[in-house]
Design a protein around this ligand. Structure first.
Ligand code: IPM
Ligand code: MN
Length: 361
C-alpha cells in the first residue's frame, strides 16, 4: 500500500477549520481507494508569530522537504502587519521549495452561483497556470534617496529563459493531458499565453518567442493562442468559454485568478496548487483566513477540499481525485444553498461530512 507523508499547516483564522475538513475527506478517500496518509501538523502562522516571534525558520523548510506534499489552510492575521506572514511563510515556501507553478482552475461547479449572467459550468471551465517563481515577486529593486522629496523606487520584473521554458512545458503538458479535447468537452487542446507584448516588450517578448518555438517543435498537437492581459479580463467575463488552459507570468496570474475565482463562485470554492513537478508541492484554498468567522463553524470548506483534491491528483491518485471531485459537485448541485459563509444551510463540518460520505459511496 502506498503511503504519503503530508504536512498539514492550518495557519490562521478559519484556516485550521477548513483544513480539518479537507483532511477528513482525504482520510475517507484513503480508506476507500487503498492508500495511506501520514499527517504531521505544523502551527506556523500569526498566533505562533505573536507568541514566539518565529515566522518560519529555515529548519522548517528543510523539514518540509521530507514530505510528499503540504496542505495549507490560510495565512494572515489581523494583529500582524500585512506582508510579514505572507512573505515569511507563503512566499518563502514557494521560493525555497521552487514551486514554480501555481495551478488555479477556474471552474464553475453545478449549483454554484456566478455573477456572470447566462454562463454556466459549460462555459466557465478553464485553468490558469500562473508562473510562480519570477516577475515582480523576486524582490529585485530598491529605493534611492529614500525619505527625500526626490525618492525613487524601482521594482523589477525578472524572467529568465529557463524559468519561462519550464513553465511553458508544464503548461503544454497540462493542456495535452487535461485540455478540453483530452477531457472530451471540446474539439482541441489549447494553450493561451496571457501577456502584454505591446508594452512589456522585453518580458513578454521572451515569453512569446519561447511559447511559439516550444509549441511548434514539441507540441504541434496543441493549439496556441495569445491574449493581452487587459483583454483577457474582458473575455473572462464576456466569453469565458473561449479559454482552455491559460499560462501567464506571476503578477498577471495573481490578478486574473482573483477575477476568475469570483466568476467560479467566490473564495469559498476556489483552490490552487503551488507545484514543483519534481519536488514538494503545496495546496491551498485561494481565499484568506477570514478571521471574523473563526471558530463559528460557518466557513465553507469546499475550497480547502478542492485543494486537497488537487493534491491527490498531483500525487498520482487519479481515481480518488476524480471521486472527490464528483462528490464536491454532488454537494454543490444538491445540498448547499449558497457558497457564502453562514449561508450554506450546513455547518463547516457537515459540509465535510457530506463530501466524505459521497466520496466513499
Ligand atoms: C496569492 C496571494 C499572494 C500572492 C500574497 C498573499 C503574497 O495574493 O496567493 O494569490 O500575491 O501570490
Ligand atoms: Mn492573489
Amino acid at each position: 500500500m502506498k503511503t504519503y507523508k503530508i504536512a498539514v499547516m492550518g495557519g490562521d483564522g478559519t484556516g485550521p477549520e477548513v483544513t480539518a475538513e479537507a483532511v477528513k475527506v482525504m482520510d475517507a478517500a484513503a480508506g476507500k481507494f487503498k492508500f495511506k496518509v501520514e499527517k504531521v501538523n505544523f502551527d506556523f502562522g500569526g498566533e505562533r508569530y505573536k507568541r514566539t516571534g518565529e515566522i518560519l525558520p529555515d529548519s522548517a523548510v528543510e523539514e518540509f522537504k521530507k514530505f510528499d506534499a503540504i496542505l495549507l489552510g490560510a495565512i494572515g492575521h489581523p494583529d500582524v502587519a500585512p506582508g510579514i506572514l505572507e512573505k515569511g511563510i507563503l512566499l518563502k515556501l514557494r521560493f525555497a521549495l521552487d514551486q514554480y507553478i501555481n495551478l488555479r482552475p477556474v471552474r464553475l461547479f453545478p449549483g454554484v452561483e456566478t455573477p456572470i449572467k447566462d454562463k454556466g459550468p459549460k462555459e466557465i471551465d478553464y485553468v490558469v497556470v500562473r508562473e510562480n517563481s519570477g516577475d515582480a515577486y523576486t524582490g529585485a529593486g530598491g529605493f534611492t534617496m529614500k525619505g527625500t522629496p526626490h525618492e525613487v523606487a524601482v521594482q523589477t520584473a525578472v524572467y529568465s529563459r529557463v524559468q519561462v521554458e519550464r513553465c511553458l512545458r508544464y503548461s503544454f503538458d497540462y493542456a495535452r493531458k487535461y485540455g478540453k479535447k483530452a477531457r472530451g468537452v471540446g474539439p482541441e487542446n489549447t494553450l493561451g499565453l496571457v501577456g502584454k507584448t505591446n508594452v512589456l516588450t522585453y518580458i513578454y517578448d521572451l515569453w512569446e518567442r519561447a511559447f511559439h518555438e516550444i509549441g511548434k517543435k514539441e507540441y504541434p498537437d496543441i493549439r496556441r493562442d495569445y491574449y493581452h492581459v487587459d483583454a483577457t479580463c474582458m473575455w473572462m467575463v464576456k466569453n469565458p468559454e473561449w479559454f482552455d488552459v491559460l499560462v501567464t507570468g506571476n503578477m498577471f496570474g495573481d490578478i486574473i485568478t482573483d477575477l476568475g475565482a469570483m466568476t467560479q463562485g467566490g473564495m469559498g470554492i476556489a483552490a490552487g496548487g503551488n507545484i514543483n513537478p519534481n519536488g514538494v508541492s503545496m495546496f491551498e484554498p485561494i481565499g484568506g483566513s477570514a478571521p471574523k468567522y473563526t471558530g463559528q463553524g460557518v466557513i465553507n470548506p469546499l475550497a480547502a477540499i478542492c485543494a486537497m483534491q488537487m493534491m491527490l491528483q498531483s500525487l498520482g491518485e487519479e481515481t480518488a481525485a476524480q471521486k472527490v471531485e464528483e462528490a464536491v459537485k454532488f454537494v454543490t448541485a444538491n445540498k448547499l444553498k449558497s457558497m457564502a459563509a453562514g449561508k450554506m444551510g450546513y455547518s463547516t463540518s457537515q459540509v465535510g461530512d457530506l463530501v466524505a460520505e459521497k466520496t466513499i459511496e
